[in-house]
Write a protein that binds this ligand. Structure first.
Ligand code: SAM
Ligand code: SF4
Length: 429
């Protein structure tokens, strides 16, 4: 979500004469787009802000701003805390940036805009990409969240859930296909509930079917899916829509029913495992990834073991594991029985170890097989290498001519590393 917002920021500022530079020292305007989901991200953002102060001391005309979730949560207080900060813009106010920057430039005032928009205004402000051509792109289909998981700050800083009209989404994707985009990832906090609140709108399955029929688009992905809203018809899409990649990110958060209940997740361990079974039936080669929180308040050893056993049973290709971080304003932050830092860390380490083995084992299975790789560009590895992704969203590096960028080619996987694979192109016609 933040990547799309940052793209929109770059595009809007381009309209008033700003262009991106590599280093903060070379900038005349620095904007920090922030996340408040975990304390670590918040501390990192404040760390960055602190490092910009000497730049402002050296150049009083430098404009410094902060946006995203921290800006939404803290608002005007940030201007008080950081006297060298010029502007604060909330998650619904990105479109106001050109005007805000102009005000700071012309009047040397400090400004803050963090008002939540009403639904009608929001529908006019959905982030639409406008950047350069690329092979893969994110497309926002919804914003906000109505789920209020007890640990999560998102509904408070991003607002209520709202779906973008399907006609607009399809038209954006058609435009993207015309400029060479081959893979799109539909994004939203809970894409499975797309369209449910809007009258006369497609549901998410209907939207996927329409996108699957668009010329030029070869691959479709989506994220994030909430298990409570993963319908049978959506699961069926993995069997019948040939462009839908064989990968699903389906955050489980915990394997214990009592923790899931306290998290207000709206499903049980058993329901989650049934979904996994149905997905594997619909698409035997599907690989799943997930998010897991360790050390939720009241999580006992037994609860934690339930999560470990779920990981062993499902064998996710990848998980993103997080130590519970109390967020101000959420109900979990007020819960008694917070788990000690020591326990959280030792559970977290055990989980990483288990998952590392499962992930390595999963990716190792690809060695010696041929996978279709959609080539996205030149690899960070250098040495004339290109990179692309398999249907499972795994990065593959291999040697090949740049003219292949944008094409899907069969690649034999020859080695598997922790975060990527090494391949050899089989055929390049
Ligand atoms: N909407 C998505 C969902 O329902 O799974 C994910 C949104 S959240 C930005 C990404 C992940 O951050 C969550 O899946 C959760 O695992 C993690 N997370 C959110 N709040 C957290 C907290 N207070 N402490 C630790 N992890 C948290
Ligand atoms: Fe946060 Fe839950 Fe909404 Fe995901 S579904 S954004 S975890 S409240």
């Amino acid at each position: 979500m933040n990547v799309v917002d940052s793209e929109k920021i770059v595009s809007l500022l381009g309209q008033i004469g700003y262009h991106p530079v590599e280093m903060p020292d070379d900038a005349s305007l620095i904007l920090l787009n922030t996340c408040a989901v975990r304390d670590k991200a918040v501390r990192k953002a404040y760390g960055h802000l602190g490092r910009f102060k000497p730049l402002k001391d050296g150049d009083p005309n430098l404009i410094i701003g902060i946006g995203g979730c921290i800006a939404q949560q803290e608002g005007r207080e940030l201007l008080e805390k950081f006297p060298y900060l010029d502007l604060v813009f909330g998650t619904h106010n990105i479109h106001r940036l050109p005007e805000m920057v102009r005000r700071v430039e012309d009047e040397r005032v400090r400004c803050e805009e963090t008002r939540f928009l009403d639904d009608k205004e929001r529908l006019q402000q959905f982030p639409v990409r406008t950047g350069d051509s690329a092979v893969t792109r994110f497309v926002t289909v919804m914003q906000g969240c109505d789920n209020y998981c007890s640990y999560c700050v998102v509904p408070y800083v991003r607002g209520r859930e709202i779906s973008r009209p399907s006609g607009e989404i399809l038209s954006e994707i058609r435009d993207l296909a015309r400029i060479g985009v081959r893979e799109i990832t539909l994004i939203g906090q809970n894409v499975n509930s797309y369209g449910i609140k809007a009258e006369h709108e497609l549901d998410f399955t209907g939207l996927l079917e329409k996108i699957n029929a668009l010329d030029g688009i070869e691959r479709i992905r989506f994220t994030t899916s909430h298990p409570k809203d993963l319908s049978d018809s959506l699961i069926e899409c993995f069997a019948k829509l040939e462009k839908l990649c064989w990968h699903l990110h389906l955050p489980v958060q915990s394997g214990s029913n009592s923790v899931l209940r306290a998290m207000n997740r709206g499903y049980t361990r058993e329901h989650y495992l049934t979904l996994v079974r149905k997905l594997k039936q619909a698409c035997p080669k599907i690989r799943l990834s997930s998010d897991v929180i360790v050390g939720f308040p009241g999580e006992t050893d037994e609860d934690f073991e339930q999560t470990m056993s779920l990981l062993e049973e499902v064998r996710f290709a990848e998980i993103y594991s997080f130590i519970f971080s109390p967020r101000r304003g959420t109900t979990a932050a007020e819960m008694m029985d917070q788990t000690s830092a020591e326990t959280k860390q030792s559970r977290f380490d055990r989980m990483l170890e288990l998952q590392r083995n499962i992930s390595e084992n999963t990716w190792e299975q690809d060695v010696g097989t041929v996978c279709d790789v959609l080539i996205e560009g030149t690899s960070k590895q250098g040495q004339g290498q290109l990179f692309g992704r398999t249907t499972w969203n795994r990065i593959v590096n291999f040697t090949g001519p740049e003219k292949l960028i944008g094409q899907s080619v069969p690649v034999k996987i020859v080695r598997s590393y922790r975060n990527s694979q090494l391949g050899e192109v089989c055929r390049t016609s």
